[in-house]
Design a protein around this ligand. Structure first.
Ligand SMILES: Cc1ncc(C[n+]2csc(CCOP(=O)(O)OP(=O)(O)O)c2C)c(N)n1
Ligand SMILES: [Mg+2]
Length: 895
């Protein structure tokens, strides 16, 4: 702090400012100050930068929009909701605390939600597409409590809170998978809601700009915890929201100063910290710190001492005050300075205790929300200060233990009842009854009138939208033909399929290509000019490559979403597009293509949330395969994304080899997701290795989709060993399975085996994961139907038609990928795969290193034939030697 060298002069400047404010208003005052600051900076005066404003409400008392509701009625409604929310958790934990649930978080946020429900959030209705509300996961009891009052949920459902098996109860947290007509957004994995909500808001702008849906009056509201803001994902995309001027986005951060273990910022102030961060990112920040009761005290604070006290207290102290009582606040907050004690001298301890925080004051919250929805050109964050466990008294108010508190004793419940004026007689307190509003009550009429005015009840989720006309497979004719000698990659095949879809008269508009700064990697730069890159401001510069055919074109109606180096953001962008059928009744077909290594393992939690969200769309893992993307090394070469994708129950994944397989899979995905409206999404790996592609064999489409088809039948060789007497002694035979580029090694292995007199049938297996899922389902059916004829899994059906002999599978993924089908292979079965860290080298060297090239496939087949007794073990030894394989080479899984 600089010293005040001339207090009289200082006073003159202050007075001058005060008179400007009085006669010309605050805007003029702000203008003059900016001029002065700018002038001072030019002279080199040290003008310190501060991203913060004083620790006061952003909206002064006389500036806020007045609350239009009946505050008494609203208070009574809110009190009942508070009670029922407590009852839901207490009753779920009556017998044992096995089920859990949270009380304190909702109690701190009740006014924040209620104000939205009563006055702001539109349900989808005529003339309004509906606002999108991301509810903080663990406040779900509060939301159920309101739905109960509205008559949308039964007492039985409340009693079954967190008992979701069999669909009888209410889900612990917001899960569209479990309550598909109710919850829109899964939020409880902290940090995902802030990230996903930003992209939902941006996608609404995209739909509007492209003329696909009118989203102009819709807002996205994300309710977040102050502790949750510590997740990197929470803040990771806020600069995008600022840059893109997402004025349809409102964050409400419930600053109850606590997280699970203790204070969020005991030694600092979370509100001030977040204010600085969001202002720096270009957001409109509205702080709602003090309730109306503080207004006269702040107005009377002529010396600024009250503000000084407010600013010097850290959150740890503020939390402590609210865990005590009015006398304690008088002594420890006001008591620091005698003048402040004077300020509250005529207030009782109870009155001091009743000085509420801004987030508990409907008037302050309403004014903030109104200002937020009216603000243009910037997203808004509302930082609302509250008390965690508000009203819970001794059971947890402001206490470090409050987050986990699932019990409230009789005395505490009685105190809670009295504090909120709830009508429950003493003798009924032990039952913690669920309370309804009387049919003829003013409260119920009010509640209904408010929701009717806003278009209906929320939360509500749309399950299905209109079906889209999906093209016939023949639309991808070029991909179904042989490429002859021309060598292409599956990535190139995919880009052509994508281009065909983009040009499709009916479907094209719905296609959303998404890239995280990798278009050139995948040969997609041709799409820039043809379809444009979405930008809300168009292109304010002439691109450097403007004269070229495929220049970098940004456009207000661009179709491509270029997300920059930001996989988490791009994935959230994909989720927004993939849920557009539900959120905006506008089915969209997103294709997000990225380095497969930076997909499921990088943003796995978002992939899981996408499953919960019932997202529909395509993920394309480009440059896939541990040995296929060869020069990039250990952190690029993916040999396991298929294992992670298999963990998402409604993710259907494929590892195709040939261009026609990609076409069949994409077309089948379109059919399932956009014609049948199944809630699945597709993960397809694509490779950058070039090779010739054969034509679509006849009748294999279903096999491709199911995950396996006979690609080539092994010729019964006129083997030397059999002396050309194949008719009398059948040649030994194996079944070879493969996927991705390694299928080509498998095909080559069949040729090697033929030279040794072994017949090999070759199967292309585009999805070991789908095969395994079918196998498990069949197995389960058999277990439960012991007296019925046994059903065969699809793998068994395929193999049943083939002569006996061992099975070998090889892929460019870890062994566990193909191992998934072992239970359904009732034969000798050996799996090859790429376990171990990748590294950079030629593909040939890598496939040798990981033991997945044709020679190893052939040796594996021979080894199994020997184990079966069909050939002598010496044949295997001989093959190992003749192929030049070093049997003592280090194990790649450990190297
Ligand atoms: C990614 C993730 N990590 C941890 C948790 C467990 N968790 C649930 S609530 C919570 C504390 C939340 O504190 P805050 O964000 O301040 O919300 P409040 O309850 O105070 O409103 C934690 C740690 C989680 N749900 N998600
Ligand atoms: Mg908190």
């Amino acid at each position: 702090m600089l010293e005040d060298l001339d207090p009289v002069e200082t006073r003159e400047w202050r007075d001058a400012l005060a008179s400007v404010v009085e006669f010309d208003g605050t805007d003029r005052a702000g203008f003059l100050l900016e001029e002065l600051v700018s002038q001072a900076r030019r002279t080199g005066a040290p003008v310190p930068y501060s991203a913060n404003t004083p620790y006061l409400n952003t909206i002064p008392p006389d500036r806020g929009a007045p609350h239009p509701g009946d505050r008494e009625i609203e208070h009574r409604i809110r009190s009942l909701i508070r009670w029922n929310a407590v009852a839901i958790v207490l009753r779920a934990n009556k017998e044992s605390s096995e089920l859990g649930g949270h009380i304190a978080s909702f109690q701190s946020a009740a006014t924040l939600y209620d104000t939205g429900f009563q006055h702001f959030w539109h349900a989808p209705s005529a003339g309004h597409g509906g606002d999108l509300v991301f509810v903080q996961g663990h406040v779900s009891p509060g939301i159920y409590a309101r739905s109960f009052l509205e008559g949308r949920l039964t007492e039985e459902q409340l009693l079954n809170f967190r008992q979701e098996v069999g669909g009888r109860g209410l889900s612990s947290y917001p899960h569209p998978w479990l309550m598909p007509d109710y919850w829109q957004f899964p939020t409880v994995s902290m940090g995902l809601a802030p990230l996903m909500s930003i992209y939902q808001a941006r996608f609404l702008k995209y739909l509007h700009a492209r003329g696909l849906a009118d989203t102009a009056n819709r807002h996205v509201w994300a309710f977040l915890g102050d502790g949750e803001m510590d997740e990197p994902e929470s803040l990771g995309a806020i600069s995008l929201a600022g840059r893109e001027k997402l004025d349809n986005l409102i964050f409400v951060v419930n600053c109850n100063l606590q997280r699970l273990d203790g204070p969020v910022r005991g030694n600092g102030k979370i509100i001030q910290e977040l204010e600085g961060v969001f202002r720096g990112a270009g957001w409109n920040v509205i702080k709602v710190i003090w309730g109306s009761g503080w207004d006269p005290l702040i107005a009377a604070d002529k010396t600024g001492l009250l503000l000084k006290r407010m600013e010097e207290c850290v959150d740890g102290e503020y939390q402590d005050f609210k865990s005590k009582n009015g006398a304690y606040v008088r002594q420890h907050f006001f008591g620091r300075y005698p003048e402040l004690l004077d300020l509250v001298a005529n207030m009782s301890d109870d009155e001091i205790w009743a000085l509420a925080r801004g987030g508990h004051d409907p008037v302050k919250v309403y004014a903030a929300y109104r200002a937020a929805v009216e603000h243009t050109d910037q997203p808004t964050v509302i930082l609302a200060k509250t008390v965690k466990g508000y009203g819970m008294g001794e059971a947890g108010e402001g206490q470090n233990i409050t987050h986990q508190q699932k019990k409230m004793g009789q005395d505490v419940l009685r105190a809670f009842r009295d504090r909120f004026g709830i009508d429950v007689p003493d003798e009924r307190i032990p039952d913690v009854p669920f309370l309804r509003l009387a049919e003829d009550s003013r409260e119920l009429a009010y509640l209904r009138e408010r929701r009717a005015a806003l278009g209906g009840s929320l939360p509500a989720r749309r399950r299905a939208s209109r079906a889209l006309p999906v093209p016939e497979l023949s639309a991808f004719e070029a991909q179904l033909k042989s490429t002859g000698d021309r060598e292409i990659s599956t990535t190139m095949a995919f880009v052509r399929i994508l281009t065909t879809l983009l040009r499709d008269k009916q479907l094209g508009r719905h296609v959303v290509p998404i890239v995280p700064d990798e278009s050139r990697t995948f040969g997609m730069e041709g799409l820039f000019r043809q379809f444009g890159i979405f930008s809300q401001v168009g292109q304010l510069y002439q691109p450097e490559d403007a004269k070229q055919l495929m220049y970098y074109k940004e456009d207000t109606s661009g179709q491509l979403l270029q997300e920059g180096i930001n996989e988490a953001g791009a994935m959230s962008s994909w989720i927004a597009a993939a849920t557009s059928y539900s959120v905006s009744d506008t089915p969209m077909i997103p294709f997000y293509i990225y380095y497969s290594m930076f997909g499921f393992q990088r943003v796995g939690d978002l992939a899981w949330a996408a499953g919960d969200s019932r997202a529909r769309g395509f993920l394309l893992g480009g440059t896939a395969g541990r040995t296929t993307l060869n020069g990039e090394g250990l952190q690029h070469e993916d040999g396991h994304s298929h294992l992670i994708s298999a963990t998402v129950p409604n993710c259907v994944s494929y590892d195709p080899t040939f261009s026609y397989e990609v076409a069949v899979i994409v077309r089948d995905g379109l059919r399932r997701m956009y014609a049948e409206q199944e809630d699945v999404y597709y993960y397809i790996t694509l490779m950058n290795e070039n090779y010739p592609h054969p034509a679509l064999p006849e009748g294999v489409e279903q096999g491709i989709a199911a995950g396996m088809y006979l690609f080539r039948e092994g010729q019964a060789p006129t083997s030397r060993r059999n002396g050309g007497n194949a008719a009398t002694k059948a040649a030994p035979r194996v079944q070879l399975l493969g996927s991705g580029t390694i299928l080509r090694e498998v095909i080559a292995a069949a040729d090697l085996l033929a030279e040794l007199g072994v017949a090999a049938d070759v199967w292309s297996c585009p999805s070991f994961t789908e095969l395994a899922r079918d196998g498990m389902a069949t197995d389960r059916w058999n277990m439960f139907n012991p007296e019925q004829p046994r059903r065969q899994s699809y793998v068994e059906q395929c193999l049943a038609g083939r002569p006996d002999g061992p099975v070998v599978a090889a892929t460019d993924y870890m062994r566990a990928f193909a191992e998934q089908i072992r239970p359904y292979v009732p034969r000798h079965f050996r799996v090859l795969g790429t376990d171990g860290f990748g590294r950079s080298d030629y593909r040939r060297a890598l496939r040798e290193h990981f033991e997945v090239d044709r020679r190893f496939v052939a040796v594996a087949a021979l080894a199994e034939l020997a184990a079966e007794g069909s050939i002598p073990a010496a044949t295997v030894t001989k093959a190992i030697a003749s192929y030049g394989i070093d049997p003592n080479k280090p194990n790649p899984a450990r190297a």
